[in-house]
Design a protein around this ligand. Structure first.
Ligand SMILES: [Zn+2]
Length: 282
């Protein structure tokens, strides 16, 4: 991919693009559009992706199921896609800002979202608060670890938010696996599954040039510390040194600042890397 490559540095993240307004797109590499959508909570926005795919587009992640996001998508579809439809939706993981509108988009474009099985099943479990995903179990967990009653009660205010942020969920999906190669346009993207942020989180890596990471990458002192501690991702990218993966784009910076108070920073990044070793399944 010919792209505005981000040179990874040893000690700092770099952001080659300024953040653009939510509800708009910016091309960050040929045929790769960065979309920012608003979120009605502290993270403020979510980064999503449209990748040119022949006569249509492949969308990577969907945004939260709100009327605002639906309206903004409709504007983008009519304004920015050159009359070409969305032909595929890939969902990286089950969190509502990523899978939220998958059901709406599936119905709108007559498609089935591509995603891993654990993310699909976890989304349905969380939507219906079964399988240990409901707040009662979370409350027990926090209480056992000493959270005081006031904060336990405050945390419960969000009970049910997941369902409100994702309905209607798609009722079927096309399964993707770690190591799959997905042709999008004339490029091959490899599925890299990681565990921790979500049960079977799928990132997409394109031939040594781009990584659509899909979400959170905790950072310490300006460095993506979690990647260094995440063997499932790091090893699968076969990074020879941790700093080979460092360097992020501007679009993540706002969320970085917002996430600092929690000791972790929110990403949903398109990471453009200098010269990584191509990933291989392990
Ligand atoms: Zn997430």
């Amino acid at each position: 991919m010919s792209s505005p490559v981000l040179a990874a540095t040893r000690n700092a993240l770099e952001y080659p693009f300024e953040a653009h307004p939510t509800g708009t797109t910016q091309e960050v590499a040929p045929g790769v559009l960065w979309v920012r959508m608003p979120l009605p909570f502290a993270l403020d926005h979510i980064n999503l992706w449209l990748v040119a795919d022949g006569n249509g587009w492949t969308m990577v992640d969907c945004g939260l199921a709100t009327n605002t996001t639906r309206s903004l998508w409709e504007e983008i579809f009519s304004r920015d896609l050159q009359g070409r439809p969305v032909g595929r939706v890939i969902v990286t993981h089950y969190h509502p800002d990523h899978i939220g509108l998958a059901g709406w988009l599936s119905a709108k474009f007559g498609l089935v979202p591509w995603m891993t099985r654990d993310e699909f099943l976890t989304a349905h479990a969380a939507c219906h608060s079964v399988g240990g995903t409901g707040y009662a179990r979370v409350r027990d967990f926090f209480a056992r670890h000493g959270l005081d009653p006031a904060r336990l009660e405050a945390a419960g205010v969000g009970d049910g938010n997941y369902r409100r942020g994702v309905e209607p969920l798609p009722d079927t999906f096309r399964r993707i696996h770690h190591g799959d190669r997905i042709a999008i346009g004339d490029r091959s993207w490899q599925v890299i599954v990681g565990y921790g942020h979500a049960p079977e989180h799928a990132a997409l890596h394109c031939g040594g040039a781009a990584l659509l990471g899909g979400d959170r990458l905790p950072v310490a002192d300006g460095r993506p510390a979690a990647l260094e501690r995440a063997p499932s991702v790091r090893q699968r990218l076969r990074l020879r040194r941790p700093d080979q993966s460092r360097g992020h784009q501007r679009q993540q910076q706002h969320a970085d600042a917002e996430g600092q108070s929690r000791g972790a920073r929110h990403y949903s990044g398109c990471r453009l890397m200098g010269a990584p070793t191509p990933p291989r399944p392990t």
